[in-house]
Design a protein around this ligand. Structure first.
Ligand SMILES: *Cc1c(COP(=O)(O)O)cnc(C)c1O
Length: 493
């Protein structure tokens, strides 16, 4: 059963937790006793990505029948991924890069967001309508739109910070087809958009109003357990790929370095470890918005700091929501304690975690940050040293890993590559000194193709000349009215 990180009174099935997204008290759904769900790795090399996905999801979501899980996995990880391995592992220098960007939107969020609509479809009651509200700093929005478009009974509204995404990211969203989708810019940054969405989720009057129209709100942000769980798969799958390559032996510990924003990706790795994956350490890599780097150093999470727009915009985040789950677990499952911290955060913009909990966290997590200059330098260095082109988000992680020697015990290091370099072609061209007009994203894609001899993912190059369907821009206060209208106008079947 699942309950909120902030209270244990309401206990839900996995299906209910997936549909609800966020708990009514603002907390995130968790299940206790993860270690009881551990599984044996001895036959992992005989399983492909889909096989591992079935096993992971079957463990965490035990109220889904095996056939339901299998259907979800087949629908999510089919031909929309342009690699048969789904998330291929590539050796780069002494480390490995886990390419999570082979899905339909060229970012790692596809791995979760191709799955979440499937999980929701199977959880939904007949006739029930569910409107997904999503705040995005760029990649989530398109990945969610691609996953939910024209799924019967489900609708989606996406809010992104005006000017806070790359041109390509914006185009990916505003060209989305489907009668059940809407896309809207918010005046403000990602946290304004996310806070606005969070407010709507706790707005009981809005819930009542929509319930009369048969509509229920839910979330596709990485706070949804149905987003987190699919991401656990690739940690196991990366390990299986290393075993098959003969790079490690069964039982060897490995290390992961993860470019981090909302803390969902790296937290999925921690879940994998709880489920039995031998991991020595996680490295949490941040850009100039280094609130997490400071948190791991000091134990104080403090969002009262300047917000920077960087060349890795999907990590431009000052509130890393999923950290709440880690603190819940590392604090021994003390929901009242977590609730207190989150009250501190809401009131003062900061909280401080008990030293004993921080000590436990620090045995497993290291952290570091890289600013834009260091990121650009890393993109160039990696191309020069290894002939491998990084996107800016992945480059942050590679740069942070460069400064941290592999921890004793870890036999291999895996860096998670979260986006295709073509998604951020202008910044990648600049970093590589490739001449291209930064204001012309498709020129940049072509220049990058010419300079590297690789091809841009087709869904990205096809954006050139595609019609933008949405040009709405509103203040955060207008989000409520926008959602009411989106529910009225969506075609639900
Ligand atoms: C979302 C995203 C991240 C950050 O992942 P979190 O789960 O929010 O920590 C990193 N890189 C890219 C390209 C992303 O889209």
């Amino acid at each position: 059963m699942y309950h909120s990180t902030r209270s244990v009174t309401e206990q839900l099935t996995a299906k209910s937790a997936v549909l609800a997204g966020i708990a009514p008290d603002g907390g995130l759904y968790v299940t206790d006793d993860l270690s009881e769900l551990r599984f044996d790795l001895s036959d992992i090399t005989s399983k492909d990505f889909r096989g591992i996905a079935r096993q992971v999801l079957g463990r965490l979501f035990d109220d889904y029948a095996d056939e339901e899980i299998a259907e979800c996995v087949d629908a999510a990880y089919g031909s929309t991924f342009d690699s048969p391995a789904v998330t291929p592992l590539v050796p780069v220098g002494d480390d490995y890069v886990l390419e999570l960007f082979h899905g339909p939107t060229s970012a790692f969020k596809d791995v979760a967001l191709q799955m979440l609509p499937q999980l929701m479809s199977h959880a939904r009651r007949d006739g029930e309508r569910i409107m997904i509200l999503t705040a995005t700093s760029g990649d989530t929005g398109k990945a969610a739109l691609a996953g939910f478009a024209d799924t019967p009974g489900l609708g989606i509204a996406v809010f992104y910070p005006q000017g806070g995404t790359s041109d390509i990211q914006r185009l990916q969203m505003t060209t989305q087809e489907g009668g059940n989708v809407s896309v809207c810019a918010i005046e403000g940054n990602f946290d304004d958009a996310q806070s606005g969405v969070k407010k709507l989720f706790v707005d009981t009057a809005l819930h009542d109003e929509l319930a009369d129209a048969g509509v229920r709100l839910s979330s596709a942000n990485s706070i949804n357990i149905g987003r987190l769980a699919p991401q656990i798969t690739y940690y196991f799958d990366a390990y299986a790929q290393l075993l098959r390559a003969g790079a490690i032996e069964l039982g060897d510990e490995v290390e992961f370095c993860v470019p981090t924003g909302n803390f969902g990706d790296v937290l999925a790795g921690w879940y994998a470890r709880e489920l039995g994956l031998p991991v020595a350490r996680f490295i949490v890599a941040s850009n100039a918005n280094d609130v997490l780097t400071d948190f791991f150093a000091t134990g104080a999470y403090d969002r009262n700091r300047p917000f920077f727009r960087t060349i890795s915009p999907s990590m431009d985040i000052l509130i890393s929501s999923n950290l709440e789950r880690l603190i819940y677990y590392m604090g021994g499952g003390d929901a009242a304690y977590v609730n207190g911290l989150m009250e501190d955060l809401a009131r003062d913009g900061r909280y401080e975690v008990r030293p004993d909990i921080m000590d436990a966290i620090r045995t497993l997590f290291a952290a570091g940050s890289a600013d834009d200059d260091a990121t650009r330098a890393e993109i160039a260095a990696c191309r020069d040293e290894h002939g491998y082109v990084l996107d800016p988000h992945t480059a942050v992680a590679v740069r942070v890993a460069r400064d941290l020697p592999r921890t004793t015990g870890a036999k291999a290091r895996i860096i998670l590559a979260t986006a295709s370099p073509y998604k951020f072609a202008a910044d990648v061209c600049e970093a590589l000194d490739i001449r291209a007009d930064a204001a012309a994203p498709f020129d940049c894609m072509r220049a990058l193709e010419d300079a590297t001899g690789t091809a841009a993912p087709r869904p990205l190059s096809a954006l050139e000349g595609a019609t933008e369907r949405f040009d709405d821009g509103i203040a955060p206060e207008q989000m409520r009215a926008y959602v009411v209208r989106a529910c009225k106008e969506a075609t639900w079947e």
